[in-house]
Design a protein around this ligand. Structure first.
Ligand code: IMP
Length: 197
């Protein structure tokens, strides 16, 4: 594999992938390089959504394509917001993750079990139709009130197991060592290295 399409318009994600995949000597292209439309996330699982984004990118460009889908899952809420994590933040005025965190906390109410986790799924699709899935997950607790302003999304209300700080209080380098996304990318890198060996 010489060239890989990262099927996202999110420049932050593209940069993260560039950093994490730099060691592999693969040329990375992004959805913006091809002016690709963003497919609607109509799947019912993280894997469905990652796959539909990767397939759309691969069909449009003919390149092996990697796409991701991720979210915040709360055990007592039966895994919600899950694939709807971004949608819970949608308001008429734009995305508001404070409002989304308030909703999570309100729905939790007096629940004793405040365990929660982040999931990231990466889907790799080849032009010949082959598919590979890589998944990362980090467990922890949904805390209240939110703390820290370093991360994004639900970071301020998530304390990973074995830590006292929320993701919102952690330096990004620290978070990127243990995050769901980092774990999924590590698996992907391991797969590529094994293939090249
Ligand atoms: P998507 O993967 O771009 O569809 O976004 C999923 C949503 O999940 C994001 O908008 C965030 O709300 C949430 N999310 C995913 N990963 C993280 C994370 O590392 N920290 C905080 N929120 C996250």
């Amino acid at each position: 594999m010489d060239t890989l399409l990262i099927a996202t318009h999110n420049t932050g994600k593209v940069r993260e992938f560039e950093e994490m995949l730099a060691q592999l000597g693969i040329t990375l292209k992004s959805a913006a390089d091809f002016d690709l439309p963003e497919p609607e996330e109509t799947g019912t699982t993280f894997t469905d959504n990652a796959l539909l984004k990767a397939k759309a990118g691969c069909e449009a460009t003919g390149l092996p394509t990697l796409a991701d889908d991720s979210g915040f899952c709360v055990t007592s809420l039966m895994g919600r917001p899950g694939i709807y994590s971004a949608r819970w933040a949608e308001t008429e005025a734009g995305r508001d993750f404070n409002a989304a965190m308030v909703r999570v906390n309100e729905e939790l109410g007096e629940a004793e079990d405040r365990s929660a986790y982040f999931v990231a799924v990466l889907a790799l699709v080849y032009p010949d139709g082959r598919e590979e899935i890589f998944e990362g997950r980090i467990d922890g607790l949904a805390v209240w009130p939110p703390r820290g302003n370093k991360g994004f999304g639900y970071d301020p209300m998530f304390v990973p197991s074995g830590y006292n700080m929320t993701f919102g209080e952690m330096e990004s380098a620290e978070k990127h060592k243990i995050s769901h996304r980092a774990l999924a990318v590590q698996q992907f890198v391991g797969y590529l290295k094994a293939k090249a060996a």
